[in-house]
Design a protein around this ligand. Sequence first.
Ligand SMILES: [Zn+2]
Length: 327
Amino acid sequence: MDRLQFIHHPACSLHDTGWGHPEHQGRLRAVAQAVSKALPELHDIIHPVDGAPIDPALALLVHTQRHVDHIRATVEQAQEADELGRLDVDTVVSARSWEAALAGAGCAVDAVTAVLTGQTRTAFAAIRPPGHHAESDRAMGFCLLNNVAIAAATARDRGLAERILVVDWDVHHGNGTQDIFYSEPDVYYLSMHQSPHYPGTGAASDLGEGAGLGTTRNLPMAPGLDPELYLEALLEAITEASQQFRPDLLMISAGFDAAREDPLGGFTLDAEHFSRLTSEAVRRTAASTGGRTVSVLEGGYNPPELGRNVVAHLKALAASTGSESTP
Ligand SMILES: [Zn+2]
C-alpha cells in the first residue's frame, strides 16, 4: 500500500484566468516546483498518479443540470469569442476551463477511491480550479465544480464510505460545501475561516438542518491572531467531531490562503502550522478512519508560499500514516 498518492492532471493548468487573476496558472506550477525540489526527501514516500477526468454525469450527484449547462455554455462562448467568459464577478473561464474542471474533480474522485479501496493510506489532489465555493446551482469565488463534494458524494454513492468528515481550513468559508451537505447527516462539514470576510457565510449558529442538524460546524475567526489560537480552535473541533460522528474517511479542503503571507487572507499560519494541523487532524480522527485521509487543494495565492506549505502538508500526511491506531 502506498503511503501518499499525489494525484494531478495536466488539464488543470489549461484553465487560463489571466495572470492578473489571483487564481492563475502559476499556482500549480509553484506546487510542482516545490515538490520536485523536495523530491530527495519525498521520493520514497510519494507516489505521483495521473487522475482521470470525471464523466460530467458524476457532477450531477451534487450539482444541478442547469449549473453544468451554464458552465459549459459560458466556456463555449469563451472559446468562440477567444476571450475570457465570466460566471460571476470574480469567476472567469477560458476555452479549456471545462476540461480543467472535469480533470480537477476527477483527481478528487480518484483520491477518495484510491484511499477507500486500500491502494494508499492518504492522497493529495493537486488541482485547480478550486471547489469549495461552488454551490449546487452556482459557480462563484473562482470555483466551478465542488471537487470535494463530488468526491464525497461519489464515495457514498459507490458504497465505499458511510460517514465522511470534511475539514476545511481555507481562510474563506466553503459556502458551497456547507450548502450541498446542509441537511445530509452522513457528511460532516467543519470549517474554520476568517470572519468577517468573503463570502460572508459560515456563522457559528449554522448547525445543519433536518436530518443534518449537528453535522455542520463553523469556527469564524478574527484575522491576525497568534497561529496557536487557530490550531487550538480547529483541532479541538476536529476531536469533538471525530468522537461524535466517527467518520470512515477524513477529507481536507486544504486552502493554503490561511497562510501568513497570502494576499487574500489575514490568517498567520506557516509551514510548521500546516504540518501540525495535518498530523493532528489525521491522528485525532484515526480511531474511526484508520488514518484514511484525502486532501484536496483549495486556495493559496502566494505561489512560493503555497509551494512550501504544500510540501510541509505532504510530508506530514505521509509521516502520519503507519503511526495511527487502526479501528
Ligand atoms: Zn480561499
